[in-house]
Design a protein around this ligand. Structure first.
Ligand code: MRU
Length: 362
């Protein structure tokens, strides 16, 4: 998608086994790229959220494993690198999915060919992610066009966190339908939840919508229910970090409350995901999906720019208070109207049938 009119992806090969990424911690204030070469840099980029969003985390981890193999291609090194990358962020299943796929690809290769094979697989996965997201966009755009036709007017969509192109390699998941529908001439307006504590909505979603020229308004996280009660939201679309085979979906903290409000007010609530976000081994999301807990400092402090444009961190809570920082919650399948996938749209109970020929990792 576009930044300042220039087509970009979130991650791209940079020669000699390295990749470049957009450092998302600095958006929307500065567009800075970073070069990742060593395994430790990949692990830190994921853990510190230079890159974030389930699909992008997966692709970054795949390249990270390739980087580790340039140093040591042994089975032991593969296992150690996988453990380090997996521990970087626990909720998004795309991480495990991507590492498993690269490991399978390199297993039969002789040691001297492993790094190249891993890098090539990571690049293939990056391209496939772009294709999947474009297909999610096309399936979701049909849905939005139908909703707009029934409404007979402009469509108001609400989204939480950032599940746009910055969370994937390109196009996004929840925002891909918006971009494709906008391309097709549909008039849309997006309510953007600010998404505390890290403000991925205010900082990333609003930024990328603005860069693509999509009409949007930032709201505080608690405003969604009010807007739904007053008929000002026609549809909610969010992404997910892990979806069980029964259709429970883990996504950024606060998603569950949006789903409850949508259910109460009769607003359709969709979750947009590529197949790589489905964890076929799990059925009970609430009991089984690991929920990442991050540093309480993300709650007690905020980062932004001051009047002179300098990046500054400010404390917003009194010193001494404890802060809990649960990064994700689980929305049960019963509150989800449907999933928008690269294969089309389906009800939660139809996921397994829609994707029955997808290869399920052991
Ligand atoms: O903590 P983040 O910014 O990685 O959380 C991202 C989300 O919760 C997204 O909604 C999810 O990963 C889907 S991304 C297409």
């Amino acid at each position: 998608m576009l930044i300042d009119g220039r087509r970009m992806r979130t991650i791209w090969p940079a020669g000699d086994g390295a990749v470049e990424i957009i450092d998302q911690r600095l958006l929307p204030h500065r567009l800075v790229t970073a070069r990742l070469t060593r395994l430790a840099e990949f692990v830190a980029a994921i853990a510190d959220m230079q890159v974030r969003g389930a699909p992008l985390i997966g692709i970054t981890a795949a390249y990270g494993l390739a980087a580790a193999l340039r140093v040591d291609p042994s089975d032991r090194a593969v296992a150690e690198a996988r453990t380090a990358l997996l521990a970087a962020r626990p909720t998004a299943v795309n991480l495990a999915w991507a590492l498993e796929r690269v490991a399978r690809r390199i297993a039969p290769a002789p040691n001297q060919r492993r790094a190249a094979a891993a890098f090539s697989e990571a690049s293939t996965m990056a391209d496939e992610d772009v294709q999947s997201c474009r297909h999610i966009g096309e399936a979701g755009a049909r849905l939005l066009t139908d909703l707009a036709a029934r409404k007979n007017g402009d469509l108001n969509l609400l989204t939480h966190c950032n599940a746009g192109w910055l969370a994937t390699v390109d196009w996004g998941t929840a925002l891909a339908p918006v971009y494709v529908a906008a391309e097709q001439g549909l008039n849309l307006h997006v309510w953007v939840d600010e998404t505390r504590p890290r403000n991925q909505g205010a900082g990333l979603t609003a930024f990328e919508l603005g860069q693509q020229g999509v009409d949007h308004t930032i709201i505080v996280d608690n405003a969604g229910g009010h807007l739904m009660q007053h008929g000002r939201v026609d549809v909610v679309i969010v992404g997910a970090d892990r979806v069980t085979r029964t259709g429970d979906a883990a996504n950024k903290i606060g998603t569950y409350l949006k789903a409850l409000a949508a259910h109460d007010t009769g607003v359709p609530f969709y979750v947009a995901v590529p197949t790589s976000t489905i964890d076929w081994t799990l059925s009970d999301g609430l009991a089984a999906i690991p929920i990442e807990e991050r540093d309480g400092r993300e709650v007690t402090h905020m980062v932004g720019t001051d009047a002179a444009g300098a990046l500054t961190e400010v404390r917003i809570a009194a010193p001494g208070s404890a802060a809990a920082n649960y990064a994700f919650d689980v929305t049960p399948a019963r509150l989800i109207t449907g999933f928008i996938t690269e294969r089309g749209v389906c009800a939660p109970g139809e996921l397994a049938a829609l994707l029955c020929d997808v290869e399920v990792p052991a």
